[in-house]
Write a protein that binds this ligand. Sequence first.
Ligand code: SAM
Length: 276
Amino acid sequence: MTDAQEISDHWGKGDVYSRILETMELAGIDPNSLTIEQLAPVDHFHARGFPATVELADALPIREGDTLVDIGCGLGGPARYLAKRFNCRVEGIDITAPFIEAANKLSALVGMADGVRCQHGDGQKLPYEDETFDGGYTQHVLMNVPDRNAFFAEAFRVLKPGAFLALTEHGLGEVGEPHHPVPWSEDGRGAYLMRPSDTVEALRTTGFVNIDVTDTGEKYLQGYKAAMALAEKGEAPVFGTHILLGELAPQIVQNAARNIEERRTQPVQIVCYKPE
Ligand SMILES: C[S@@+](CC[C@H](N)C(=O)[O-])C[C@H]1O[C@@H](n2cnc3c(N)ncnc32)[C@H](O)[C@@H]1O
């Protein structure tokens, strides 16, 4: 099995779209009057979910009419949020085919199929022309990317001069060796964590400038702890990302928290720019 297939199988188990619709029904959400806010507990599939997307968006110079690329777009939640908030267009690409199918069906369901288009592909080899996008972002994707240099070079190529690239991820902590399972890997296979300082160096070598790094570890930790506290009280929401993480979800959340506390991972948000 190729690395790409293994990573795709890890994320997209079974019929993802049907599972989302079935769980929406259980949660009493009517698909015929669905809003992107109702989808947010599931389709912002990264640490801290929707609030983390909002904070990232607050930090980005997005203008009305921009065209953005979401590399590793997952179910398309962040893409739909940005398209709606900034009245811009977003192209998404993701290596997991069942996520792309679900992303496009969800966009159609909320009437946003014109503004957000997702397609199947690998961030290490983007299917776009040079200098296409006003900005790009990649949330919680790089943990699975074997060739970061190729990934950054492709992002650089498809961005216009002056465009931003934003990324969020669990970087490798100074202690290293995260406990598994974690969201991106059950047992360490398909995991390619890098120290944030090495990521910054790779971005710089690619040509990106004005690289700004924010440590998001404490916020993530509080987010995981809040989710664990709700689960302990039996109050975890019916419609949440556990439906994507599967039966290992409780252990995954515990490990994600513990890895940060033990400095095995170091979550970061990085914003940088292609020179003018
Ligand atoms: C934690 S999910 C994040 C999804 C989305 N960015 C979000 O924040 O909602 C990680 C995503 O990265 C995708 N991914 C992993 N490696 C990739 C690659 N080389 N190219 C494109 N997508 C990739 C996975 O398929 C998965 O959808």
